[in-house]
Design a protein around this ligand. Structure first.
Ligand code: PLP
Length: 377
């Protein structure tokens, strides 16, 4: 729903109101009896600024509809809670954002929802299907090793079995991939990342068919994980430059991945569009660019990681990605510190693993910074 602006403003206004008024009781009766809501009533059910951003996201994803929520995590959890019932089964991939994995494995199991974790490949996903499988949840590409599932044939198989396919495409952004075009049922984003690009707000979005999105919107009406209009405007503002930023991220990160892959102090580089990546051929099919993230294994140990990270001058140590600033995220410490050693090894996370977010700074400066820090290990 888009409000026609009487002042012809180029940018959408920010509507901070929690309450939207009715002129008469007749108008209120009309509103509550109509199935399709054509106006606003109360801020927890939506507001005009959010609707504007939702329209933009739907257009970018070529979706019938989109819905913005309070965080990327709510964009992952609310659709799962909307469509799963007690007794259902979910398939998820071993490489994915740990908080989402924990939610599916640990929280949903409290509601008698079972799950199976598999390597991100069609063979493994299809092999894990049970009669009660309701949803397959994967990232594209996955985090932090950037595997890419073969979306089209997978979605075709899942449709035959009435299983929903949810794709968290935060690492791709709609500039690099549009999963709905390949048959995914929902695409999920942490808007905190590429859409915002500024590391100054937390937000999420879900896009898909009108029917699925309306169910999610209704469910969240009772959960209340809404995005304030002020933040919607901030995201809208940054979304205008997303394609330009992605272009720089894609080109610079590929070059840096190549530079690092030849460096003697580095054992291995993971970047989806680098020929050394095990999923390079599938990645080329689905990704227009590889994005700003790459993961390296230093030839060393925790000491080497400390020396390298502490020696970087431009790169800062911090979580998240896709902002102006280049960031270093050692997953062994940052996100997987409490994961038992055996589990962590199975996830391929070691003391010397480092995820790097390449920012928008000068490419040569970034390479020099990495090079001088690698000399210190
Ligand atoms: N999905 C992915 C792939 C992520 O990397 C993240 C956060 O890093 C999230 C979801 C959660 O997003 P947010 O931090 O906006 O809640």
């Amino acid at each position: 729903m888009i409000i026609e602006d009487p002042y012809k403003s180029l940018n959408p206004p920010i509507y901070p109101s929690a309450v939207y008024l009715f002129d008469s009781i007749e108008e209120l009766i009309d509103f509550v009896s109509s199935k399709e809501k054509r106006r606003f009533e109360y801020g927890r059910y939506g507001n005009p600024t959010n609707s504007y951003l939702e329209l933009i996201i739907a257009q970018l994803e070529k979706a019938e509809s989109a819905y913005v929520v309070s965080s990327g995590m709510s964009a992952c959890t609310i659709p799962l809670l909307t469509f799963l019932d007690s007794g259902d089964h979910v398939i998820l991939t071993s490489d994915m954002y740990l908080k989402t994995r924990n939610f599916i494995e640990k929280t949903l199991s409290k509601f008698n929802i079972q799950s199976t974790v598999v390597f991100p490949s069609n063979e493994e996903i299809l092999g894990a299907i049970r009669p009660n499988t309701k949803i397959v949840f994967s990232e594209l590409p996955t985090n932090p090793f950037y595997y890419v599932i073969d979306l089209k044939p997978l979605s075709e198989e899942l449709k035959k079995r009435n299983i929903l396919l949810f794709i968290d495409s935060t690492l791709a952004s709609p500039i690099n991939c549009r999963p709905l075009e390949y048959g995914a049922d929902l695409v999920i984003h942490s808007l905190t990342k590429y859409f915002s690009g500024q590391n100054d707000c937390i937000a999420g979005a879900i896009a898909g068919s009108k029917q699925l999105i309306e169910k999610i919107r209704e469910f969240n009406g009772a959960i209340g994980a809404i995005l304030p209009a002020e933040l919607s405007y901030k995201i809208f503002r940054s979304t205008k430059t997303m394609a330009l930023r992605m272009d720089y991220h894609n080109k610079t990160t590929l070059e840096i991945a190549d530079f690092l892959s030849k460096h003697p102090k580095i054992k291995r580089v993971y970047y989806p569009l680098h020929p050394s990546h095990p999923h390079y051929e599938i990645a080329k099919k689905y990704l227009k660019g590889g994005g700003c993230l790459l993961t390296i294994e230093l030839d060393g140990n925790l000491e080497s990681l400390k020396r390298f990270c502490n020696s970087c001058k431009i790169f800062k140590i911090g979580p998240s990605f896709a902002s102006y600033e280049s960031l270093l995220d050692p997953p062994y410490i940052m996100s997987h510190w409490d994961v038992p050693d055996e589990e962590r090894k199975k996830m391929n996370i070691f003391e010397y693993t480092l995820r790097i977010s390449i920012g928008l700074e000068n490419k040569e400066d970034l390479m020099q910074d990495l090079d001088q820090a690698l000399k210190k290990i």
